[in-house]
Design a protein around this ligand. Sequence first.
Ligand code: GLA
Length: 658
Amino acid sequence: MPSLRDAVRGRILFGGDYNPEQWPEEVWEDDVRLMKEAGVNSVTLGVFSWARIEPRPGAREFGWLDRLMDLMHSHGIGVVLATPTASPPPWMGARHPETLPRAEDGSIVWYGSRQQFCASSPVYRRYAAALTEDLAARYAGHPALTMWHINNEYCTHCWCDETAAHFRRWLHERYRTLDALNEAWGTAFWSQRYDAWPEILPPRKAQYMKNPAQVLDFKRFTSDALKECYTAERDIVARHTPDIPVTTNFMPLWSGQDAWAWSAEEDVVSVDIYPDPRDAWGGQYNAMIADMTRSQAAGPWMLMEQAAGAVNWRPVNRPKPEGLNRLWSLQAVARGADAVCYFQWRQSRQGSEKFHSGMLGHAGEHGRAFRETRRLGAELAAIGPAVSGAGVSARVAVLHDWDAWWAGAQEGLPSALLDYAEVIRHWHRALWESGTATDFARPDADLGGYAVVVVPHLYLLDDAAIDNLVAYVRGGGRLVCGFFSGVADRDDRIRPGGMDARLRELFGIGILHEWWPLEADEAVECDGFRGTLWSEELEAAEDAEVLATYRDGELAGLPAVLRRGRATYVSTLPEPAALRSLLAGVVREAGVEPVLAGLPEGVEAVRRGELLFLLHHRREMVTVAVPGTYEDLLTGRSVVDRIALGRYGVAVLRSTAP
Ligand code: GLA
């Protein structure tokens, strides 16, 4: 099986999406000159080139791409070649309107933007496969080709009739009989019983709340339907070039794609990360997505896209201040990335993204964006041989699961304020701030290698996952579990008692009487901290240890945090400092040390292979105590026992002790 290692070959890939079809050919020469100057060694070509390659049905215009592939090769720049199937040309929608997605209300999602395809459309799939076939045949064996990039950020949803038929086939595979489907969907409720398969529809616009089990299955189906599009194209390119690795780029912590299932189908796991430069916790977000992607890849991963400066899709789009692009890029490398790439190389002058930054911005080669690009390229080249391929090891895992997310993000819950992604982020932040190396894992994964497992919030847990957690604790592991977890089974049926009985026993919960969600601006006092978002009316089992009780409100005196042996349950969302110290306590008890003790506020330490990365997320000068003698690979200087870091400073230290 090919892997990222085959494309990387002892370096760090550096480059980005390159859209030369937007520019006259004279500019291409200038592009390669500047790419060389910046140390770019990889470009992603073709992502949105469908209309250029196939201007009318069945036509093939590869000449321009041939010239580009040759141009890149002659300058030693590798090409991540995309199948351009994310954005069908207007002719497809005009001639085959059935390829256009339908929204929940039946309205058509038109061409004129991008990603307007129905994943279930046989016509779309046929055209996509034919183009992929010809592209793969043409460039198989081209020396510039280093990787395949299938489609781009698969994310379409469709509720059309073709989708309905496909959904029914998917459901038939899953349930076999209508009785089983009716049972799983609880259709006795509101007279929703189905009498024949053709009656079943995707959950379209409805009068009132939709059947949650149907919505859950539709989310599972949509992820699978898109995955079929991906694997169909992957299989075509793999047939032509079995030694070239294949990827498709994920959106980070995005609910539309079960990235655990998808990453199992990829040679390279890649992701696009766009932290908000104005977010004081942007560095933590970047770290979290890096940890998640590394865990999906089970090793080095590819940062396929990030922005050199501003994006253009937030309400207010601020550029990254000087140094932040470098800091977040090196942070990704510290956390396992072997590729640092961007959307996009040269900033566009036309189209919807003309205000989105590029590695080479409108200001040109003398602008700050390009100056920073050049510096980073040189630094990545310097550290590449020492870093590339090295692993990051963690003894703490955060559990994350799409089924639980999908089921728990519906209408009709105790609170509409519960945001799965935000809860995950809150818990990861607590570990990040305490300097604990962290992986992510799925609930049914082998957890044996972890000293501590953390469940921020998994509303749905199937029987296998529950057995896995119970066995993990029995086997000596420490488990810390957040509120509203283990509530529903795989069909989104509430477990008797409101929470799985095995889990209640594990944590020492006698009775779970009620869920008590909190208002957005409400907090509940607990012993030693304030809880937000959620609280629960719990009764502890006799042998449970109550670590904190609620102090005010209706739940005063009842347990807020309780524990039985090595299993701890947290029935609210503690404020950050409290969650940090709670988790740090468990981590310490498990014998897991932070990467580096005694760090100044805002400094992150990460070990990758034999290297120690120090990353300073603030602007003031700090001194970091780092006992020993090292070489800083970024400066070549030697470091003895301490190092000063300025604004957004980074050091990559290799021990020189004999
Ligand atoms: C996504 C897409 C890119 C571009 C960027 C803009 O990541 O894949 O084509 O639109 O967003 O941030």
